[in-house]
Write a protein that binds this ligand. Structure first.
Ligand code: ADP
Length: 189
């Protein structure tokens, strides 16, 4: 298995680059944001709780997300590898992921971190909001909170992977193909 964490602030292009990575390497994609939005759509009580957090730009609890990740990984044990997109977002999630993957004798091989300045993130998220209808992409205060949560809670995850010698910073400005070219240089597959 070859597993990759795609990391970066909201609007940095994780989902877009994941699509290209799936196509090129045949990895199995897990976007925790997509799984959470599917739960909201189902109209369940859990979905309602998730909705109120996402609409404030807050993180969902580690336990809730971890349970979803575990179920997904166990269902896809035969995958060539995984792309974890939007996960881990806390150091606790990163530690948990290492433990969970070691149970199936595998590990995260590389963490790709997309570097994009805040001003560009705001522009991208607001324009995505017009097309996708995602409410958390349409309100500047929510966007700013997500960027703050990223800096305060999620950024330490980068250090976690740096210490493990797995973090690769990628310049996240340019065309989609230019950025993808930089990623494929870093991915040793
Ligand atoms: P983006 O990275 O573009 O903001 P995502 O689709 O990855 O969007 O995530 C949307 C929202 O879902 C986040 O703002 C957060 O509330 C929630 N979420 C996604 N992944 C996680 C996670 N690993 N831990 C906690 N909350 C998460």
């Amino acid at each position: 298995m070859y597993s990759l964490v795609i990391f970066g602030p909201p609007g940095s292009g994780k989902g877009t680059q994941s699509e290209k990575l799936i196509e090129k390497y045949g990895l199995t994609h897990l976007s925790t944001g997509d799984v959470l939005r599917a739960e909201i759509k189902s109209g369940s009580e859990l979905g309602n709780q998730i909705k109120s957090l996402i609409e404030k730009g807050e993180l969902v609890s580690d336990e809730m997300v971890q349970e979803m990740v575990k179920a997904f990984v166990m269902k896809n044990k035969d995958a060539k590898g995984f792309i974890f997109d939007g996960f881990p977002r806390t150091v606790a999630q990163a530690q948990w992921l290492d433990n969970m993957l070691s149970e199936i004798s595998t590990s995260v091989n590389i963490m790709i971190s997309l570097d994009v300045p805040d001003d560009e993130l705001r522009i991208r998220l607001l324009s995505r909001g017009k097309v996708s209808g995602r409410q958390d992409d349409q309100d500047e205060a929510i966007i700013n909170n997500r960027i703050d949560v990223y800096k305060n809670t999620t950024l330490p995850v980068m250090e976690y992977y740096q210490k493990a010698g797995k973090a690769k910073g990628i310049h996240g400005l340019g065309t989609i193909d230019e950025i993808f070219g930089r990623i494929t240089e870093a991915v040793a597959l």
